[in-house]
Design a protein around this ligand. Structure first.
Ligand code: ADP
Ligand code: MG
Length: 351
């Protein structure tokens, strides 16, 4: 196992700058998720850690060693890809043994390692099958088995669950977490799915356009985002952002509708503000704001309601079932102490 240090790492293809001074500290044994929209540079960063892409600027260290110019095979990492990349003409056992055979490892030792990985992943009954005889989830497990037998310092995963159906994704999420708990190997996991990030990570790195937006524990990012992007990206349904005007006295209003104002925050006076409120932080209250209901979605355990507050879209999530229907007006009140404020021009959090 090892720590991984990513220090001011940049990547450019010709004149196209893909990553800008990315910095991430990953502790020994940590499970870190890189998350962000498609094209933000997650795979590029992971491939640079693996040694599959050159480093344009900055430094990558695995443990104490700078690996910028170290060949992939000498980095002691194992990568699991979205496509699995299994050899179709080899059995499950042969697929898992392949990298060790290349290294001319002792045959008995290889067999023992393959058996141990098969046991961890419940693959014993499938060892003599070929990839075409396996389901998507089983193939995914074989790809993980191939990584496990190498007993690497660091596991790298690039969207390993994207090809699986929704239910299997949830199961495999749990399996990968359990695997990490059992082996304790430092893991860097890339996904565009914020739910995967929230449920799997010790620490999340939120990326956008080749930059790190914020790093933190899942619930810290949820409760205390630094900017509009992180606030909107983490959490589903997304945080509501209301365009709010504030007078010199700091009084807030949406259109003509006044909003509950939290403790006196001088920073809010006389500027364009986004008032951020999570869907579960709106309550039904006779004295509240009039929400013009557009959609009611009863989910059983909760009810989602989408509507308009003046001209602005708002989504609420209520724990209770509600009788209101589309076209009705529902009075809702933001829990003022839960509201977050952002500078509309810069997107930065106002504290
Ligand atoms: P993500 O994994 O977050 O979806 P990628 O790391 O794959 O994003 O890509 C980041 C950006 O780098 C994208 O804009 C992509 O088009 C660009 N890119 C990736 N590989 C190359 C390449 N070989 N040459 C030029 N641009 C590339
Ligand atoms: Mg990618």
């Amino acid at each position: 196992m090892a720590s991984v240090h990513i220090n001011k790492v940049a990547k450019a293809y010709g004149s196209a700058k893909i990553l800008h001074e990315v910095g991430v500290e990953i502790e020994d044994g940590e499970f870190v998720v890189l998350v962000g929209p498609s094209g933000c540079g997650k795979s590029t960063l992971l491939r640079m850690i693996a040694g599959l892409e050159s480093v344009t600027g900055g430094e990558i260290r695995i443990g104490e060693k700078v690996v910028n110019d170290v060949l992939p095979k000498d980095r002691d990492i194992a990568m699991v890809f979205q496509s699995y990349a299994l050899y179709p003409h080899m059995t499950v056992a042969e697929n898992m043994a392949f990298s060790l055979m290349l290294k001319k490892a002792d045959k008995k030792e290889v067999t023992a390692k393959v058996e141990r990985a098969a046991e961890i992943l419940s693959l014993q009954p499938l060892l003599e099958r070929f990839p075409r005889q396996l389901s998507g989830g089983q193939r995914q497990r074989v790809a993980m088995g191939r990584a496990i037998v190498r007993d690497p310092q660091v596991f790298l995963f690039d969207e390993p669950l994207s090809n699986l159906d929704a239910k299997l994704r949830v199961t495999m999420r749990g399996e990968i977490r359990a695997l990490h708990q059992r082996l304790g190997t430092t893991t860097i996991y890339v996904t565009h799915d914020q739910v995967e990030a929230m449920t799997m990570a010790d620490k999340i790195v939120v990326m956008k356009d080749g930059r790190v937006e914020q790093i933190g524990a899942p619930l810290d990012l949820y409760d205390d985002p630094d900017n509009v992007f992180v606030a909107g990206f983490i959490g589903s349904p997304s945080m509501n952002f209301l365009n709010v005007t504030s007078g010199p006295d700091g009084v807030l209003s949406v259109g003509k509708i006044p909003l509950p104002n939290p403790a006196n925050m001088p920073v809010l006076a006389s500027r364009n503000i986004l008032y951020g409120i999570r869907p579960e932080h709106l309550e039904i209250d006779e004295g509240g704001l009039p929400l013009d209901i557009i959609v009611v979605e009863p989910m059983g355990s909760e009810t989602q309601v989408a509507g308009k507050l003046g001209a602005q879209d708002v989504v609420c999530v209520f724990k209770d079932r509600i009788k209101a229907r589309p076209g009705d007006i529902l009075k809702v009140r933001p829990q003022a102490e839960k509201a977050l404020f952002f500078d509309k021009d810069t997107g930065k959090r106002l504290r």
